[in-house]
Structures are given as C-alpha cells and as structure tokens.
Design a protein around this ligand. Structure first.
Ligand code: AHG
Ligand code: MN
Ligand code: MN
Length: 315
C-alpha cells in the first residue's frame, strides 16, 4: 500500500493539526494542475488585463489559481484567513473566522513561464493566529517570523505534479498518482547535498546587483565547481537546488533594492523548507526565518542553499 499524505499526521508536533490544511493544498494542487493542462483549450492563457497589488500584470491563471486555493482552504474548516500574492488585503473566511490557522500563499509562482509552457508552482505556509478566536483575524496575525511557521511547502507543476512540504520534522516529497488520485510519498526525507550542484540566478541583472555579489558569484561558482541552471520559477529552481545542491539567489539590485521575492509567501516558506532540508536561508543581513515581517507584501533578498555556497555569497 502506497504511503500517502496521511503520513503527515505521524510527523512532528504539528503534523496532526496541519493534516487537514495540507490535504486542502493537495486538492487545490490537483485542480490547478488540471486547469494548467486544459488552459489553452479554455481561453484561460494570457493577461487578465489588471494589475495586482505589486503592480504586476495578473495572468488569468493567477486569478483562477487564487480562487481555487481560497476555496480549498475554506473547505478545510480550519483556516480563518488567507494572505495571497493576488489579494491586496487579507482575505478573511467569514464562515470560519474563529478557526485557528492562517495560510500565506503564492497561488501561481513563475507565471511568466505560462507563455512558454514552462514549469510553475504554488508556495504556502501556515501560522497560528495570535488574536483571540472570538475576534476577526486581521493582517497582524500574518506578520509572524519564519520561526513561528507551523508548516510550509510548495507544489511543482512539471512533468508530474509534486507536493513538497514540512511540518517542522524534515521535508517530504509526494508525487500525484493519477491512477488512484492520491499523492504518494516519492521523496522521503529530502536533504540538500552540501557540495556540488548549481547556482541559480537571473544573471541578466548582474551589473545591477548590490554588495559585490557579482564578484562573489564568479568566485563561488569557480571554487565550488557549480554549474548553472535558471528556470525563472522559484519553485522549480528551489526544487532542483534542494535535490542537487548549490544555491538559489535573488539579490537586491538597483531596481529592486529590497530584492524581488516576497517575504511571507515566497522567502519564508522556502527558507523554512531549506533549513528543514539541512541547508541555509539568508537575506544577506540575517537568516530569512529571523526577519520580523512588517507588511503582507514585503520583499526581501534571498540566498537559499547549501551552507558553504550561501556563506561564500553573504560574507
Ligand atoms: P510570481 O510569478 O509569483 O510573481 O513569481 C515570480 C518570481 C519567482 O518565481 C522567480 O524566481 C522570479 O520571480 C523570477 O524573476 P526574474 O524574471 O526577474 O528572473
Ligand atoms: Mn512567485
Ligand atoms: Mn505568483
């Protein structure tokens, strides 16, 4: 009998409590994977014609994925609110406003890859509310550091659909098996190799990088014998980095002085997974998980990978 997502109930202190939420993420993943496969036939590719709060063009699939994810979080009955890349404000789930957990999500990561049929993903993390359960949750409940995250993960929509997650007791990878409609454990106990692998960054920005990163990267890739890979979807680039080693980075540059990636639903969940996989997650100033968030859509530079690779870039 294959081991399915139910294994999470036996993991760590928070596994049992996180199970319904992660099962909900799994249902959303199946629906989003189907949506992605059928999008071209349903006229669902292309720009929606509106900008999100970050001033980025929303794709139709960004909006549809966001709706699916929110719906599945509602159906868990355990989530009181969702903070999403695609929503300016925190979205309170009125029917379950007294529930314990909040979810932060990037419903469709790497959406510029949609035009070229490249991989995309979903990134999420879960925190417990600070406000009393009889009060309406608000944005301050989301502003918790990565040290307070109970669970985090991503879904990779590639040749197969994979859900990789952690409840604070290591990292496990599950692959969707369409024959029985279940996620089955395929990558138990994922841990990052501490040597070899690849560096992964949009090197087209190198002349604009701050803090001498360009020079440090030349040295790191040479001394640590790193190859180069960059998909342009954080989920795909991080998945390879965890499995093969090396480092993924999105440094601050002259245009994005705080980096590009969003703290609450990109950097923290991926930092949580990277630490759980035995790697390091840093902003250049402090560990990603130590950053005290100040706003829902805050950005931060990231260096995520094997200890030696990250250390050589941030020192
Ligand atoms: P999103 O599609 O959710 O806005 O995220 C895009 C992010 C991330 O996936 C990726 O690592 C990065 O943007 C790529 O940025 P560049 O195109 O600047 O390399
Ligand atoms: Mn993203
Ligand atoms: Mn996105």
């Amino acid at each position: 009998m294959a081991v399915t997502l139910n294994r999470i109930t036996r993991e760590g202190e928070y596994g049992p409590a996180m199970m319904p939420v992660i099962q909900g993420v799994g249902r959303a993943a199946i629906e989003i994977a189907y949506l992605l496969r059928s999008a071209v036939f349903r006229g669902a590719l292309g720009a929606a014609g509106v900008e999100n709060v970050q001033g980025e063009q929303q794709q139709k699939l960004d909006i549809l994925s966001d709706e699916i994810f929110l719906d599945e979080m509602r159906s868990t009955g355990h989530v009181c609110a969702v903070g999403s890349e695609e929503q300016e404000e925190l979205l309170v789930i009125d029917e379950y406003a007294s529930a314990d957990y909040l979810v932060l999500v990037d419903p469709l990561d790497g959406s510029s890859n949609l035009d070229v049929d490249g991989p995309v993903g979903t990134i999420f993390s879960v925190v417990k509310r600070k406000s009393p359960n009889d009060q309406r949750p608000d944005v301050s409940d989301t502003l918790q550091s990565g040290r307070e995250v109970l669970a985090a993960g991503y879904v990779l929509y590639g040749p197969s659909t994979m859900l990789v997650c952690s409840v604070g007791a290591g990292v496990s990878g599950y692959t969707y098996n369409a024959n029985n409609a279940r996620f089955e454990v395929s990558h138990p106990d994922m841990s990052i190799p501490q040597s070899g692998g690849y560096y992964s960054v949009n090197e087209g920005n190198s002349s604009q990088w701050m803090h001498g990163i360009a020079d440090k990267l030349v040295s790191v890739r040479h001394t640590q014998k790193l190859g180069m890979r960059y998909v342009g979807a954080m989920v795909a680039d991080m998945h390879r980095t965890i499995l093969k080693g090396g480092v993924f980075l999105y440094p601050a540059d002259a245009k994005n002085t705080n980096g590009k990636l969003r703290l609450l639903y990109e950097a923290i969940p991926m930092g949580f997974l990277m630490e759980q996989a035995g790697g390091k997650a840093h902003t250049g100033e402090q560990p990603v998980l130590d950053v005290q968030p100040e706003a829902l859509h805050q950005r931060v530079p990231v260096y995520l990978g094997a200890h030696a690779s990250v250390d050589a870039l941030i020192s």
